[in-house]
Design a protein around this ligand. Structure first.
Ligand code: MG
Length: 373
């Protein structure tokens, strides 16, 4: 209870230009990503911001998430007390199935308001900072591999030590060639990881992954179809390198199935998997099974990354770094009023109230293609 009332819900669809093509989920993103932003105004003069990154996972996601926020959530959010986050998220859960990203956007904006109202960063609402900075991973995902090699060398110079290679889109031989090049041309202290985005067939995944293991990746992410937990379990048993579930682990119920079948050694959390509190539920189930988590993303701007940063800061079990590089290295221009905080290859946990940095409304307006209020 706060005595604060939400008086406005504005939903923005924004097309954010990017610097290069890249593999995102199962498709290729060309020149821009389209994300949804939500602004909640209150009678206390405090505004909260949220983001839904909709470029992956569900086809037609952008319009579906706009509708979830504007048509289904707006009626019960208007007039509500923003401090009742659990109750409002339960209403959202009942209002529409799926739309995990839209739910994440709503929850993010509510936490932003509460943090600002109490004058404290969001991580303090989640147990306080267990860590003050998070090692940053950059994804080698450009179809132009040589361009990404140059980028990787530049980022190494800026302090980054984690690189994640997207595999399974090119041929197996080409994937091995890329891994060989990365190992040969980058320093031996680089932490190399591999993400298949479900790209392998079940029947020959194990022999292919045995080839990949020669390049000593720290983990191999989502080698096969998200629904094939039986195959994920078989691969986890057969391969020495830790196997990470990403697309297979979208909800706490998924995490429970993974634990029961021991279908992964690591789970990728993402704020877009239903919000910060859902991420904590997934992480808690994983922790009980001795499974650490990693901070993934779905091509959010700096705003979504701030929410991810706060939840990782406050959750000891999310211990394998994060991939919040879009705002700094992938978008031509981020929508935050100040740069997303990366220093020496590590994301810095904000110490200012709420999510920590506000959206620059002029910049957002520049890229907004549709607005509903
Ligand atoms: Mg992934």
């Amino acid at each position: 209870m706060s005595g604060i009332t939400i008086t406005g819900v504005t939903v923005y669809k924004a097309r954010l230009p990017v610097v290069s093509e890249r593999r995102q989920g199962s498709g290729i993103t060309k020149d821009a990503i389209t994300n949804i932003f939500v602004k909640l105004d209150t009678d206390a003069g405090i505004a909260g911001w949220g983001e839904a990154a909709t470029s992956a996972v569900f086809p037609g996601g952008t319009e579906a998430h706009m509708a979830a926020l504007h048509v289904y959530f707006r009626p019960f959010v208007l007039g509500a007390d923003p401090f009742r986050i659990e109750a409002l998220m339960e209403r959202a859960e009942r209002a529409v199935v799926h739309a995990a990203e839209a739910k994440a956007a709503l929850e993010m904006a509510l936490f932003d308001i509460v943090g600002k109202a109490l004058g404290t960063p969001v991580c303090n609402l989640l147990g306080g900072p267990y860590r003050d900075e998070i090692p940053l991973s950059y994804s080698i995902a450009n179809p132009d591999f040589d361009a990404d090699m140059e980028m990787a060398k530049r980022l190494y110079g800026e302090g980054l030590r984690i690189f994640k290679v997207k595999t399974g889109a090119a041929s197996h031989a080409e994937d091995l060639r890329r891994l060989e090049t990365l190992r040969a041309e980058l320093s031996p202290d680089v932490d190399l990881r591999v993400d298949y985005n479900q790209g392998l067939d079940v029947f020959d995944a194990i022999p292919k992954l045995r080839d990949v293991e020669a390049f000593r990746p720290t983990f191999i992410e989502q080698p096969v179809d998200l629904n094939r937990l039986d195959a994920m379990a078989e691969i986890t048993r057969a391969i020495d390198t830790p196997i990470m579930a990403d697309e297979s682990a979208f909800s706490p119920a998924n995490a429970l199935d993974i634990v029961r079948q021991r279908a992964a050694d690591i789970i990728a959390i993402k704020v877009m998997k239903g919000g910060m509190m859902n991420v904590r539920r997934i992480s808690a189930i994983a922790q009980a099974a001795g499974i650490p988590c990693y901070g993934g993303d779905m091509a959010e701007s700096g705003l979504g990354h701030l929410a991810g940063t706060h939840v990782i800061a406050a959750t000891p079990n999310i211990s394998l770094g994060c991939e919040f590089y879009q705002a700094t290295y992938y978008l031509k221009e981020d929508i935050l009023a100040q740069p997303f905080p990366v220093v020496n290859g590590k994301v810095q946990v904000p110490t200012t109230p709420g999510l920590g940095i506000d959206v620059d409304e002029d910049t957002l307006a520049k890229y907004t293609v549709e607005r509903l209020n």
